[in-house]
Every structure is written in structure tokens, then in C-alpha cells.
Design a protein around this ligand. Sequence first.
Ligand SMILES: Cc1cc2nc3c(=O)[nH]c(=O)nc-3n(C[C@H](O)[C@H](O)[C@H](O)COP(=O)(O)O)c2cc1C
Length: 527
Amino acid sequence: MLAQDRAIVSPLAKANNSITFVPEEIQQKLLNLDRPCYVFLENDRIGISHQPLRDTQTQMMVNALLPEQLGDRRFLDFHGVKYAYAAGAMAGGISSEELVIALGKAKILASFGAAGLLPQRVEKAIATIQTALPQGPYAFNLIHSPSEEALEQKAVELYLKHRVRTVEASAYMDLTPHIVRYRAAGLYLNSQGDIETHNKVIAKVSRLEVAQKFLQPAPDKFLKYLVEKGQITPLHAILAEKVPLADDITVEADSGGHTDNRSLVCLLPSILTLRNQIQQKYHYERPVRIGAAGGIGNPEAALAAFMMGASYIVTGSVNHSCIEAGTSDHTKKLLAQAGMADVVMAPCADMFEMGVKVQLLKRGSLFPMRAQKLYDLYQTYKSIDEIPSNIRQTLEKQIFRKSLEQVWSETVAYFQQRDPQQIERAEQNPQSKMALIFRWYLGLSSRWSTTGEAQRQMDYQIWCGPAMGSFNEWVRGSYLEFPENRKVVDVATHIMTGAAYLYRLQNFQMQGLNLPSQYAYYHPIKL
Ligand SMILES: Cc1cc2nc3c(=O)[nH]c(=O)nc-3n(C[C@H](O)[C@H](O)[C@H](O)COP(=O)(O)O)c2cc1C
């Protein structure tokens, strides 16, 4: 702020104390989001007040707008939350009980990261979260697991048994009886004869064809199958034919973890259009809401998503660096130093053989390079025995740090507990065996990151997208620069408050007033 600005004493300010020409006070008034702002121009200086003034001419005004008003009010009512903001699941319990509970206590929805965890571990999380948040809000991830179908089925059984009322369904390419069962088993008629649901579905998608499946009622073939198996009643099946499979669809653009790297500005409008077309066909009483995820790491991105028509926003990467995330301090530190371009796609463990990749941090880890090396070898050779001995020795020394025989016996022990069919398949097919051996490294590297395995820091597999870098850039110089201060509730609150603040500035700009750039930045102040 310039000294001369501070010295300004406006004649109008004398006439009415509520107008200010002092930059710091202008900023404060703009930040009072619960009050309208009136702008006056006097000799090229800008004055702001919360009230219209009688003796002077109001040039323009913006209404009060609280962060709670951004997005679709029906999302707030339906989920019993304060903001149209949710924290997406992060696998392996990175979206931990602590994270879900912290956000839930602030009436913000978060999804427990159930993917990759065994049912006993998920059941424990359900008990902890339900005890802390008996009235919610919270969600659990229901991840489609084509290679481990039993886990998806078990997850649905657990969610039904323990009355988990909201799932974030993700990674679906096609529907399964399991997701249909969860949805249909919660449908009932209220006393007015309207269809209500106990089981809410937020489906996360990155493709139009998958969105289409969730926007429509559940397929007949699954409903019939489930009735025959006695897993839903005939009434459930009739009701399921009249409502969409999902209540909300999160459109996921370029994000951390599994991603199609699509651009949000392209993907979101096309799924909004699809939703409108399907709504015109079915005339649902409750149209499906469309949310946005992928790349949201600051108030500007949040506001852009809302202005494009998102009913709500979902974050992921930014929460990974927060105190409550179930990962190691070293990982959080690396995430807090990441720039926007410090991410890369690398082969993933769960769909390694299909060549699927995930987005993760490249700075500070050799994992992306090593995982790619393993994938290239998998493509080049048909079995472990075909790999030339010098390459094999390098693998054993640098990547596995043990013999491949040892890795194989550990792999057998692991899958015998989890999914013995994988071992049977590998015994028949040497290339599948090679894939399982390589997956030992890919699977453990994310666990080393979460548990903080000191000997393996250079092998950490840390999922994150460009949102992490844009968040770091935004909070540089504020208390949120440091991971030890990053609380998930603070991050959510500042992103939403900043978006509401920036909306004011945009609103003034559309009226022809460009406020000086010093006001354009929303600075997170310790809550
Ligand atoms: C560490 C990490 C793990 C993730 N794991 C899952 C998961 O298990 N299931 C899921 O549905 N989404 C998962 N995601 C995606 C997030 O829920 C969220 O949709 C996404 O991160 C939003 O994009 P952003 O990373 O750009 O914020 C993960 C994201 C991250 C960063």
C-alpha cells in the first residue's frame, strides 16, 4: 500500500463514516461477504461502502454472497452439508477416518478412501466414522474392481449392513450388479407416495458414455437378476426403473491418481448437456446434479467450475498434503513443494497389464521412471526367464533390493490371502507371473509413501495432479504454505470463501469496473 493512499481523507468519508477510500479498508469491505458493496468514484479514486449514500452517486453495487451460496442449494439440502464442496476419496485410507471426521464435523462431505483396503479394515473405518458422525455427513468410496470383483461385492454388503447412506462410486467403465444393488435396495415410497432413497450415489466419471449409464435408471437385466437372487425386492426393482442410478455425477477432469487427463472446460459442458437431454426424456422429479473435479486447487478454479454450471466441486490432491491425510510427513512435504508441472503419468499397480497409468508426483521420487522401466520390460519379454541376466541383476539390486524368487514368494503369500485366483493364473502364464512380480514394487511403493518407509523415500508413489502445484502457488506466503498448518477444513473454507470473494470482483468487472490488481488476490488468513 502506498503512503499517500493511507493519508487520503475523503470528504465523503467525513459525511458518512461507512465509505472508505483506504485500500486496506476497501479490501476489508470486499471481504465482508455477508454485506453488499457500493462503489463510488471520486476524482478517479475508488470508494466503497456497505450502504448506498444519499449525497453522492452510487456507480455500481454487488450483493452479499456467502460461500454457502455457491453451487446448487439442493446439493446442500440433500446431503445435509454447508458447502457445495466435497473431498473425494483417496485410496488406501489416505482419505482417512480423521480426514472424513474433521470435514464431517464442519458439515462438509468427504469420502473415505476404501479402495485397496481389505473388508475388515473398511468395517473398522465405518464403525469409527459412524460413532463420530452419527448424523453424517460422510461417504465411502465404492470402487469398481474388475480384477477383484469380490472386493466390490463385499464393499456393497458392508455398506448395506452398516447403513452407509452415501457412496462415491468410481472407476466404473460399465455397471455391475453390485452398484445397482446398493442403489435399488435403498429405494422406498414415502407417505405421499413419492420415491425416496436411503442409499445416495455420487458417481465419479470422466467419460460421456459412463455418465450416460448413471444418468439413466438401472438396467433391467441387473434388476431382474437381483430380484431372482433375493438381493432386492420386486418393489425395489419397480422403483429403480423410475429414478436415475445416481443422485450426483462428479465430472472428473485432469486429476491426481486415475485420470483420463481431460480438460474440465471441455468435459463439464458436454456432460451438463447430456444431463439436460436425459432429463428432458425422463422428467425425473429430482434432476441429477453435476459436479466438477480435477484441477481445482484454488479459488479461481472453484469459481470457474461453479460459473460453468457445476452444482458442487470435489477436491483431491490438495487434501493429500493436509494434516489429516493418512500418509507420511515426508510425502506431505514433497507435495507442499510441488509445482504445477511436477506431475507425470506412470504405470499403475491395479491395471498394470492393461497399460493403464496414474498421475503422480515426479519431483523427489524415482518411482515414475522405475515403474515405466518395469512396464517396458513387461512388454518386451514374455517371462522373467527371458530377461537378460545383467538387466535382472540391476532390477534386483536397484528396484526390488531382493531376488526375484523372494519377491515371488512374498507375492504368493499376499495373494493367497486376498485373491488366490491371481496366483493360479500366474502359474499357468509366465507373462502374468512377471506382471505380478512387477506389481509387488508398484503396490508397495504407494504403501511406503503412506507409512513413511525411510529406506524407500526415493521409491514413493505419490498420487497427485496439477491442482497441487496451483494450490501451493496460491498459498505461498500464507500460513497454508506449510503442510503442518494445512487442515482440510481450512483448505475447503478458503477455497470456497476465496471463490465467493472473486465472484464480487468479477461482478464489478462485468459492470465495467476493474479494481486495481492488489484486490485480485484472496489471501488465506489463519482461521
Ligand atoms: C492420493 C489420491 C488418491 C486417490 N484415490 C482415489 C480413490 O481411491 N478413489 C476415487 O474415487 N478417487 C480417488 N482419487 C481422486 C480424488 O477422489 C478426486 O476425485 C481427485 O483427486 C480430484 O482431482 P484433483 O486431484 O485434481 O483435486 C484420488 C486422488 C488422489 C490425489
